[in-house]
Design a protein around this ligand. Structure first.
Ligand SMILES: Nc1ncnc2c1ncn2[C@@H]1O[C@H](COP(=O)(O)OP(=O)(O)OP(=O)(O)O)[C@@H](O)[C@H]1O
Ligand SMILES: [Mg+2]
Length: 623
């Protein structure tokens, strides 16, 4: 639809707002305004493809000019050939006509190829830039955002760039050129008919605009109901949702809600289809009325011998090259504003600086002793965007307050405390998953912020409460910890973590796919596999968030063996939920409401800390 199609630019109906994508563009454009810095930055993305862009412009110029040639040739054939009975001329011009059609066709293909490669390259560049940027963000960054939103930025917003390029940039240039070449040729043929053709313009463009708006409004409603339906389907067809619905007998309510959405959608979509029908009828009718007016007036001119018959034929052909592009230009501002909105969203994401950044020093493993010290550490979670309003009212909530703690090389410190006390938060500070709001974390007396993240983290192993595994084989999941690990090394680590026998018994052993949709390992198995992963890494500092689930005594013993290997000779901070773990710690720290309220050995704490006593009686699974 770049203005050189035959017919009356029926594309106008589509351009006026048929599909959901177009609707979204309108919605985006609504709250947008022209913004030079964003536009400049947008255009800068095309700089690597400047030469190709220039080539496209030349090709567009040629196709726009070439599109007008058939009308001109038709006039020649009729007035210079047929009217004068000159068959040689007729044959010559028809030959040229065929040649032009071939050339403009080929140029059209070239234009499509060039714009697609530019658009796809720019899209690929942005996807890469966004992915790289997000990889640098802290874990906390993702905790405060919806995954779906970020995924949609990368997949949808970036894909919309394609529309920007083809319909906005190419559309602007090609429509303007098409209109310009058409007008030049029209004026060259006859100025009175040109004026008449321009006078008919509003009759074509205005109804398209009107209908476009009506369809827009309907589409907005349809979109709302569709997303409502999608949400409901997602919830009720998922395992957890289905479970809830069955257990509480909620089926009738769900069915009623679905029926309402279903019915509304049916009505809205019928109405939307009908709005389009009227436009099509009008355009169809007008495709006869427009030429009829031309024929009426032009016929009179021909009878007066003021013009040749061929001029009218050429004009009727040129009409479509005027109205199609005009109606597209009439709604170009929507595309431009929507593009600004999309790019603004992409730029906003790219401009967020990573919260955790590298220090200047590289941690040398050979010189690492492994002494950890927390010096007057305070930590408050940043308020997420939705809760900002509350932040102004409420005081900052400290998840950790004035924590002072030293772990000597090779020591194991057990962290205990009620749920929400800040244990996991404290653990996150050591590998710099978050930085303290106040205070310092020191490793061998040096602030850990001095080191590069990679060198710091390479010396630490974290076993989270619910470890994550990629949807991949056990083998590849273990390789995450050590890319060049051999199967022997893996087996050794897994034996030490008491998980080898379990893996060996899987259908395909170490090559069984686990994770999200793969073979489901039990909670205890996952944690032991995570321990194996840390052992494989050979980290000197171990951070362990013990699973709370009660285990039977066989598994309990296996875990205990695994832990013994893991903690041996390493500096460790362990969030302990089991008495056996607490008992083998060199030091026990009791955390409550973000503060260290007591510390010592098991026996000491039983005497001195009432909270510890309670925890001992209620929380620790006694074995
Ligand atoms: N991402 C987050 N954003 C905001 N607040 C958080 C976040 N994560 C934890 N918190 C809050 O910080 C406090 C400490 O949480 P933390 O996860 O450290 O507790 P915990 O001692 O590990 O508890 P549990 O034993 O239940 O795992 C809690 O009040 C919690 O609500
Ligand atoms: Mg926790």
């Amino acid at each position: 639809m770049h203005g050189h199609g035959m017919g009356w630019g029926f594309g106008g109906a589509d351009a006026a707002g048929g599909r959901g994508g177009r609707w979204q563009m309108r919605e985006l454009a609504k709250q947008e305004h022209w913004d030079w810095p964003v536009v400049r930055r947008m255009l800068r993305a095309f700089r690597p493809y400047l030469r190709r862009a220039l080539l496209v412009s030349v090709v567009i110029l040629l196709t726009s000019a070439g599109g007008a040639v058939p009308a001109w040739l038709t006039q020649r054939i009729i007035d210079d050939g047929i009217s004068r009975g000159d068959i040689h001329r007729v044959l010559l011009w028809t030959g040229v006509l065929i040649g032009t059609a071939l050339i403009t066709g080929l140029l059209g293909v070239l234009q499509n190829w060039l714009t697609s490669t530019i658009a796809q390259s720019v899209m690929a560049d942005y996807r890469m830039a966004l992915f790289r940027h997000l990889q640098q963000q802290s874990v906390l960054y993702f905790a405060s955002r919806q995954t779906g939103d970020l995924v949609s930025r990368i997949m949808n917003d970036v894909t919309a760039i394609q529309t920007v390029i083809t319909s906005t940039l190419v559309g602007l240039v090609s429509n303007l050129l098409t209109i310009a070449t058409t007008l030049v040729l029209m004026l060259e043929l006859n100025w009175q008919l040109t004026v008449l053709a321009i006078l008919i313009v509003p009759a074509f463009v205005l109804p398209t605009q009107q209908v476009g708006k009506r369809r827009q409004a309907l589409q907005a409603q349809i979109q709302q109901w569709l997303s409502r339906m999608t949400v409901q389907l997602g919830e009720t067809l998922g395992v957890s949702g289905a479970l809830l619905v069955r257990m509480f007998g909620h089926e009738p309510v769900q069915e009623a809600a679905f029926a309402e959405a279903n019915d509304t959608l049916r009505r809205l979509q019928v109405r939307q289809a009908l709005v389009g029908r009227w436009l099509f009828m009008w355009l169809g009718m007008f495709s006869s009325i427009g030429p009829a007016i031309l024929w009426g007036y032009g016929g009179w001119l021909v009878i007066q011998h003021r013009i040749g018959l061929g001029v009218i034929v050429a004009f009727t052909a040129l009409l479509s090259r005027l109205y199609g592009p005009l109606s597209q230009l009439a709604q170009l501002h929507v595309n431009i504003l929507a593009s600004i909105a999309l790019f603004r969203r992409i730029f906003a994401l790219l401009d967020q600086p990573p919260e955790i950044t590298d220090g200047p020093l590289v941690l040398v493993p050979e010189r690492l002793r492994g002494r950890i010290e927390l010096r007057q550490v305070w930590f408050a979670y940043p308020h997420s965007a939705q809760r900002e309003g509350h932040a102004a009212i409420h005081e900052r909530r400290w998840a950790l307050q004035d924590v002072r703690l030293t772990v000597e090389p090779g020591q194991t410190v057990a962290l205990v405390g009620p749920s929400g006390a800040g244990k996991s938060t404290l653990l996150q500070l050591i590998p710099r998953l978050t930085d303290p709001t106040r205070g310092q974390v020191l490793l061998d007396g040096v602030d850990i912020r001095s080191y590069t993240l990679a060198s710091l983290r390479s010396q630490m192993g974290l076993v989270p409460q619910d470890p994550f595994f990629f949807h991949d084989t056990v083998f590849n999941n273990l390789r995450v910890a050590k890319p060049d690990a051999t199967l022997e090394e893996m087996e050794q680590a897994c034996r030490a973590a008491q998980i080898h026998d379990t893996i060996a018994a899987l259908p395909e052993g170490y090559h069984t796919v686990v994770g999200e949709r793969g073979y489901r390992l039990s909670g205890g198995e996952r944690q032991r596999l995570a321990i194996a992963r840390v052992l494989l890494r050979g980290a000197r500092i171990v951070l362990l968030d013990e699973a709370t689930s009660a285990l039977d005594s066989v598994v309990e013993r296996e875990i205990q063996h695994a832990l013994e290997v893991l903690l041996e000779g390493r500096t460790a901070i362990v969030i302990a939920h089991r008495l056996s773990t607490v008992l083998r710690a060199d030091q026990i720290i009791v955390l409550d409401h973000g503060r260290i309220v007591a510390s010592g050995t098991h026996a000491e704490l039983l005497e001195t800390s009432p909270l510890y006593h309670t925890l001992y009686e209620t929380q620790f699974a006694v074995t």
